[in-house]
Write a protein that binds this ligand. Structure first.
Ligand code: 6PG
Length: 242
């Protein structure tokens, strides 16, 4: 597996370039008349991307075959400012014409254990499958300051090889309950991209990209798609130690 690292001068230029590339992936799928399944990341980094897609690509591409999923969600109601779905709705979904049935939201307001099971079934029945696992066309990930990705935290490395499609996790500092897709599902995807910006991520980025021993405790280090493409989109600040 080749790990491609693309460095951009600013977060805006990074988001702009990836928005362009994501739209060409969707256009390709539309040409083939195929659905395009994407698992979105949460947190703050993808906000710029979602705004750019909503503001500049709402009409430039058909979203009719796009299926939106979330790689993880905070166990809060969709109206809560912490909600990844809520953020995406404001920045992107409210601006595009996409069938409601194509929006596969994690119900953060429900009982986490039951919801992880329900969402696993929804993912499995709403995506293509490969190797007996859901097969996403694209998984977008972020990188936490502690090396976590999706909601797979350093204390939960077992979620990287879990038999489950989704599982419940707890944020190590806030104890906030999270629902996350697991490592095997991420690594089964056709394309996986990390979107990472900001100086405070530079040490972690350097350790992971240069395969330092310390990176062995970072869940993000284990995101290595078996048959897919892995691309790190980093800005100059987060790449400053590379
Ligand atoms: C979440 C995310 C999480 C995020 C990282 C980076 O729900 O918080 O999915 O994995 O991507 O914590 O967060 P920032 O982009 O805010 O730095």
């Amino acid at each position: 597996m080749d790990r491609i690292v693309k460095i951009f001068p600013t977060p805006y230029e990074l988001a702009e370039k990836f928005a362009e590339e994501m739209v060409s992936m969707i256009t390709e799928a539309n040409k083939l008349g195929k659905p395009f399944s994407v698992a979105l990341s949460g947190g703050s980094t993808p906000e710029l991307l979602f705004s750019l897609l909503g503001d500049h690509y709402a009409k430039a591409v058909s979203w009719q075959n796009v299926h939106l999923f979330w790689g993880d969600e905070r166990c809060v109601a969709p109206g809560n400012p912490e909600s990844n779905f809520g953020m995406t709705k404001n920045k992107l979904i409210d601006k595009i014409e996409i069938p409601v049935s194509n929006i596969h939201r994690i119900k953060g307001e429900e009982n986490p254990v039951n919801e992880a099971i329900r969402y696993s079934d929804e993912i499995f029945s709403s995506t293509a499958n490969r190797n007996g696992l859901p097969f996403f066309d694209l998984v977008i990930l972020g990188l936490g300051d502690d090396g976590h990705t999706a909601s797979i935290f350093p204390g939960n490395l077992e979620l990287l090889n879990s038999e489950k499609i989704c599982d419940v996790a707890s944020h190590p500092v806030t104890n906030q309950k999270r629902i996350t897709i697991t490592g095997r599902v991420i690594n089964n995807a056709s394309r996986v991209v990390f979107l990472v910006t900001g100086k405070k991520k530079s040490e972690i980025v350097e350790k992971i990209i240069n395969n330092r021993d310390e990176a062995l405790s970072f869940p993000a280090s284990y995101i290595i798609p078996a048959e897919g493409m892995l691309t790190w989109y980093v800005d100059k600040e987060s790449a400053s130690l590379l």
